[in-house]
Design a protein around this ligand. Structure first.
Ligand code: AVJ
Length: 325
């Protein structure tokens, strides 16, 4: 369905099936090792808390990626080339998108893809105001599913997928590979991928990024239980759970858990869930890569890495990869 939202922005609504919060929460907590999907962090409160995390001194990711883009944007724009169609996985509300769009040479169009219709439309309108002559074609869809692009008004020289924020870190390696293969299928052979990847580093730095002194990350993690209380009428005693995040060097990931501080029973939609003292609910993985490790993974999905931009301390990388023919 194509819906006109103003004279210039046409929303392509692929009507993604929205998550069944209740079903997924119950299924996750029924498992022998309890888990909750990290995509559920981002309700209104969770999104506010995530914005606060991005401002924390300890959380180097956002400011480092933004600085890398800012410093290298001329070179990045020349690698991408003129007349590209920029496809962003996410709504494009960030400063990073702005930096990039401000420097691309006569882009053929900009296609933000997001599952949240409201975020997408808000961001598309903001971009429209800043770039009145840019063809902005928001697509409401679940970018983790296979999808097809709307026809672009002007044939691009190259399609480039932009996936900032180290969101790829939330995927297990096999799903990351699958996800990259899907991006390649969407944008086609010869297309580009500009992606932000958080790097392996001193585990103490990683540890403090996910265990900030002000306790914002703890509140972000615990908000998941508060959300289940709010939306499903559950009775989690939030103060009987603790945020627990650590770097696990084997798989190379930060793991976030919520630990039950005592033996307790929680009721959700008429179902009782028992917790032993110290039992965990696994809430998020955030994988960290080496340049070589990520390039290898991407190669398995049909991408060849051609450029890599980093900060001086090699905390974070913005990589450019080309989809093999
Ligand atoms: C949004 C996936 C990049 O993994 O660092 C921040 C989410 N979790 N603090 C990350 C998050 C805890 C974040 N990503």
């Amino acid at each position: 369905m194509i819906q006109s939202t103003d004279s210039a922005v046409l929303l392509h609504d692929l009507e993604p099936v929205t998550d069944d919060f209740k079903a997924e929460v119950l299924a996750g907590l029924r498992r022998p090792r309890k888990q909750l999907p990290c995509k559920f962090f981002y309700d209104q409160r969770g999104s506010e808390l995530f914005d606060q995390i991005c401002e924390l001194e300890e959380y180097y990711l956002t400011r480092t990626e933004t600085a890398i883009l800012f410093r290298n944007v001329r070179e990045i724009a020349s690698v991408i080339g003129a007349n590209c169609l920029l496809i962003e996985y996410g709504s494009g509300s960030s400063l990073k998108t702005r930096i990039l769009l401000d420097h691309l040479e006569s882009p053929a169009g900009y296609v933000p893809i997001d599952i949240s219709r409201a975020h997408l439309l808000r961001a598309a309108h903001a971009i429209r105001l800043r770039h009145p002559r840019l063809h902005v074609v928001p697509v409401c869809a679940d970018y983790t599913e296979s999808l097809t692009l709307p026809d672009s008004p002007r044939a691009p020289v190259r399609k480039v997928v932009f996936f900032p924020g180290s969101t790829i870190g939330n995927f297990d390696p096999w799903s990351a590979r699958h996800f990259l293969a899907q991006a390649r299928a969407l944008a086609g052979p010869g297309s580009g991928l500009l992606i932000g990847v958080d790097l392996k580093k001193d585990p103490r730095l990683l540890h403090s990024a996910y265990n900030d002194a002000a306790g914002v990350t703890a509140e972000f993690n615990l908000n998941l239980l508060a959300r289940i209380n709010r939306e499903l009428g559950a009775d989690f005693a939030i103060d009987r759970f603790a945020h627990y995040a650590f770097y696990n060097p084997g798989p190379g990931r930060i793991e976030m858990h919520l630990l039950s501080l005592e033996e307790q029973t929680v009721h959700i939609c008429g179902e009782a869930f028992n917790f032993t003292r110290g039992e965990s609910i696994f809430t998020e993985s955030s994988y960290k890569y080496t340049i070589e490790g990520f390039s290898r993974l991407a190669a398995e999905a049909g991408y060849r890495q051609t450029h890599c931009w980093m900060d001086a301390e090699k905390l974070f990388a913005v990589m450019y990869l080309v989809a093999a023919p």
